[in-house]
Design a protein around this ligand. Structure first.
Ligand code: ADP
Length: 421
């Protein structure tokens, strides 16, 4: 079976497309359509048509510009491009030829002669601008017009960019403001709950479900968790705006990790997880923001808890390593959990990136697969990088049966803080 001659019709008016498809289809041509400038270029590259019919007044790049662009594609150099457009202005034909068109068919098309016109262009017919002087004049006009259009597009882009920045700033301002507004009453609740917790009037024990002490403990835990979530939200907007203010001081990173483990095991009492650590006592001091580093460690270790089923093990190792001429503290958080698909190892650090189905969101910080906002690792990376450190993940893939586990690496430089910050 011989292949049909393929025609690409660049046109945004559906009724014209239907008409041309009918007329040329009846003559055995295959007609494909593209309705705007950019998709015309993509379609032409993909479909490699034998001839292109080009409407001039299309969105995005116009027909002239698309033609000029197509002419610079080697494989399409010799494909006839025929302008099909309502002749409204004097010189439209010449403009089309200057832009690189092979010929010109005015609209409305004459259905009786149209197939023959197309055939003649397929056989090699070519229209020319007769007068060299006219040709030159149109060429100058076309180049000017292109520059004008470019300027216009650049101005539009600049305007759109400024608008995006304005909206983005509004969003950041709102998040920061809302975060602070939420945090103030939360601090009061937390403080009063602590007073209640210390009061001898509060009866019962933390283990006695329903007792006043149990209730106050749960209130404190929930408030603490809310505080961490607000911390993540505030931090991520500050990290995005490059405004994370670090309060630099000496940090005993080993102690900080141990504190994070303690706080997490206090919260995840029902999870039957084993925590192991090594090398933490021998770690040197680093210069950094203790509160922020704690938040980063907390986020990574709670993830290890969240994505490891009951009975699993979380191992945290600390060591000192040399990289180039710099010395780093290297913390590894290893779990025996579900693991991470290889293709997502980088993406999990993106904003709001969660692998789980958000419909199954349980929002617990420690329950198995308890979902979060997808900000934990974004914040952790922002904090570690603000300390000139690095954080990355390793895993053999995700498998909820085999449980390949994941390892998170954190490198924090030990050096002269004045040189670093
Ligand atoms: P969230 O705050 O929702 O937990 P994160 O930014 O901390 O979001 O994590 C993003 C995603 O990375 C999680 O939804 C999870 O799928 C995946 N992830 C993070 N840590 C681990 C881990 N230790 N094991 C398996 N998956 C993980």
């Amino acid at each position: 079976m011989s292949q049909k001659t393929k025609i690409l019709y660049v046109e945004d008016d559906p009724s014209s497309v239907i008409l041309v498809q009918r007329v040329l289809g009846a003559e055995g041509f295959e007609v494909v359509n593209a309705s705007d400038g950019l998709s015309a270029i993509e379609t032409a590259k993909r479909e490699m048509p034998d001839l292109i019919l080009m409407d001039i007044n299309i969105g995005g790049l116009d027909g002239y510009e698309v033609t000029t662009r197509l002419r610079s594609i080697e494989e399409l150099e010799d494909v006839p491009i025929v302008a099909v457009t309502a002749a409204t202005l004097k010189g439209d034909r010449e403009r089309a030829l200057i832009a690189g068109c092979t010929g010109y068919i005015p609209k409305p098309i004459d259905v009786d002669t149209f197939p023959d016109q197309v055939r003649s262009f397929l056989r090699g017919a070519r229209e020319e601008i007769e007068s060299p002087q006219k040709k030159e004049e149109y060429l100058v006009e076309y180049s000017r017009r292109l520059v004008d259009r470019l300027e216009e597009k650049l101005r539009e882009l600049e305007k759109a960019h400024a608008e995006l920045q304005r909206v983005d700033k509004m969003k950041t301002d709102f998040i920061v403001l809302a975060g602070h507004e939420l945090r103030t009453p939360l601090t009061a609740i937390y403080g009063y709950a602590q007073i209640l917790q210390a009061s001898p009037l509060i009866q019962g024990s933390s283990e006695e479900v329903g007792s006043l002490r149990f209730i106050v403990d749960k209130m404190l835990q929930a408030t603490w968790r809310l505080n961490q979530v607000i911390g993540d939200i505030l931090n991520v907007s500050l990290i995005d705006a490059d405004k994370l203010d670090l309060v630099i001081g000496p940090v005993y990173i080993g102690d900080l990790v141990k504190r994070a483990i303690r706080d997490i095991t206090d919260t995840a009492t029902d999870r039957q997880l084993t925590f192991e650590s090594s090398g933490l006592d021998d770690l040197p001091m680093v210069m950094g923001d203790e509160k922020q580093l704690y938040q980063a460690l907390w986020n990574v270790i709670t993830n290890a808890v969240k994505y490891t089923p009951d009975g699993g093990r979380i191992t945290i190792e600390g060591e000192v390593v040399e990289r180039g001429d710099e010395t780093f503290v290297h913390i590894q958080v290893k779990d025996t959990g579900v693991g991470i698909p290889q293709e997502d190892l980088e993406r999990i650090f993106d904003h709001f990136y969660v692998l789980e189905d958000t419909a199954l969101h349980s929002s617990s910080k420690t329950a198995f697969k308890g979902g979060g906002l997808g900000l934990g690792l974004t914040v952790a990376r922002g904090i570690i990088e603000a300390h000139k450190g690095r954080i990355w993940a390793e895993s053999q893939g995700r498998d909820e049966v085999q449980l390949p586990g994941s390892t998170f690496h954190i490198l924090l430089p030990i050096g002269d803080p004045k040189k670093m910050f």
